[in-house]
Design a protein around this ligand. Sequence first.
Ligand code: NAD
Ligand code: MG
Length: 383
Amino acid sequence: MRSISILGATGSIGASTLDLIRRDREQWRVVALTANCQASQLAELAREFDAEVAVVADESCLPALRDGLQRSGTEAAAGAQALCEAAARGADVTVAAIVGCAGLAPTMAAIQQGRVVALANKEALVSAGNVMTAAVAQHGATLLPVDSEHNAIFQCLQAGEIADVRSITLTASGGPFRTWTLEQLARATPKQAVAHPNWDMGAKISVDSATMMNKGLELIEAHHLFPVGLDRLNIIIHPQSVVHSMVEYRDRSTLAQLGPSDMRVPIASALAWPQRMDTPCQPLDLAGLGELTFFAPDEERFPATRIARAAAEAGGAAPAVLNAANEIAVAAFLAGQIGFTRISLLAQQVLECASFPDPSNLDDVLAVDTEARARAAALLERA
Ligand code: NAD
Ligand code: MG
């Protein structure tokens, strides 16, 4: 029996994780489940999985959570500090599935316990970069990527030495607007942006997939997880989302990981690692699919990957600034305040408008995040 905590239990990754746990209930003891608010949904999950503690980040949701947990064995708590304390209770595996930099502090608290952290929350690693990887090394934690591309790369890297890697190629579906013109993109609506052709995901990452900023963030994520050098990291468009990424070795052997576009596959890989577990997913039907296609990305229409690569090259605070500005821009787009093409532009503008000191610890990263958000919001207001 192993213990597990899920930070962001009410989201898309949280639901996929709990679905796997539900199918193998005797194998797992649930320590902490968290959400932003969604108190009744969280309470229901905490009851079903007999969680030790349930935490809502938004303190105004605590009364509703307490209500939902009456006469259950689960403790209720709320607020940013409580989130970190829940993550610090320690579990054999912590699934970091909060969306955005909001997940950084609790993910770091889990890393400090020196156990397995299954990371979906890419924004946390993009923002904290070396601060997070140093903490992983210092506390002897194991960081397992859940993001499908990075999980694929992690699996392909089991077949060789990182020193023998010539290149790593991240695949990207291209999102719902892959074939749209710039004029069409300018008029894209939130509803169209969140309707991803292959994956069923939260709203923020769906918009990121539509702008290709998701791939930009993933490039930075890969840069930290797999230190082969930025010039060895490539991106290719693959609309079918069957090949999840590839690793090319020095002998020109390229290894790829394939699978259905269902996040339960990479989540299961992280939960069972270094072993394997069953999933309820359908087997790949390659004959049914017929063909797999690949295209070079178009950075004219989708500049986000270029902007993200430049931020990764600049290093220091730049990736945290990029991420913060993008979070503000995506929220503004979803609220109907800005057009679709403005999202990547805002990220670039905030990167250009100021230099920030290099962060050397968690507080520094959070300070950069706060300041970059303020600058992005000010730029939006001025426009
Ligand atoms: P989601 O919006 O469905 O769920 C987010 C979860 O985080 C929810 O439980 C929500 O309550 C919680 N949350 C939101 N804001 C919070 C805050 N301020 N403080 C504390 N908790 C907060 O998102 P998702 O699609 O599950 O994505 C989660 C993370 O996983 C993201 O970083 C995303 O990029 C990454 N990811 C998701 C997928 C996917 O298929 N959904 C794939 C790869 C990576
Ligand atoms: Mg991904």
